[in-house]
Design a protein around this ligand. Sequence first.
Ligand SMILES: C[S@@+](CC[C@H](N)C(=O)[O-])C[C@H]1O[C@@H](n2cnc3c(N)ncnc32)[C@H](O)[C@@H]1O
Length: 271
Amino acid sequence: MNAVKELSDTKRISDMTDDEIKDEVKKAYSKVAQRTGTKCCDQEDNPSRESTSSCCNPSPSDMKRLVLSFGYSVDGLPASATESYAGCGNPVALASLREGEVVLDLGSGAGLDVFEAAKRVGETGRVIGVDMTQEMLQKAEENAVKLGVTNVEFRKGDIENLPIEDDSIDIIISNCVINLAPDKSKVFREAFRVLKPGGRVMISDIVLHGPLPKDIRDEVITYTGCLGGAIPEEKYLQLMRDAGFERVEVVEKFEINLGSSARISGYKPKE
Ligand SMILES: C[S@@+](CC[C@H](N)C(=O)[O-])C[C@H]1O[C@@H](n2cnc3c(N)ncnc32)[C@H](O)[C@@H]1O
């Protein structure tokens, strides 16, 4: 009886509206934003739980090792800039950013890619991060103050409906976010709209070898963990081409369970 009740209480992605899915994503990433080296992200749910860095969070040194392995330079970065990193690669390393460029980061989280990009575009450039999770935006803004960077800005918004002007961005980066968007076509159409003619994207994301079994795809935790909403690589590239991007290609990838973590580039035609 209890088992039947538990089953009927379990939420399934396929029964949810897009807004309900986004609410689950916000819930999951507000917890990631609350990671610190000393406090469990679920201590609020269970205050008696002992506070150790391994009870639910990766330790600060594990996170530092992970971001270093992706080629980020962590010199001078506070732990708060790396402890909530939730990416799957380093799009900035492959983005060939130039002084003075205007960069947009889709789903900027705690801001690591924004800060990395800000160093490369310099004082004459600008980096805007967009995220829908309030706790992530707050952490990113606090990190910007700690770092004293002034050429960055964080905006609250949905990457399916960007709070960004048409034809205003030189390059869009994104790190492990588009897989979480229920309507990926909309994301790519919005990315195309805001790029200047000749602008480009460098996306790091999870793509699949083939469709996932329905029971796995339907689990909320698998979806918010960046796998359940992922789509096959060829379909991903086709959605980008359908939005108008040209020269769409995978420039780097490494294998993960059931798919790959890929760096994908594409260009908005000059005219
Ligand atoms: C896996 S985390 C990656 C964060 C960051 N890019 C990084 O590499 O650490 C996904 C982030 O995307 C944000 N996000 C997911 N779907 C979004 C959407 N539709 N619009 C805006 N932000 C979104 C989440 O709030 C979260 O901060």
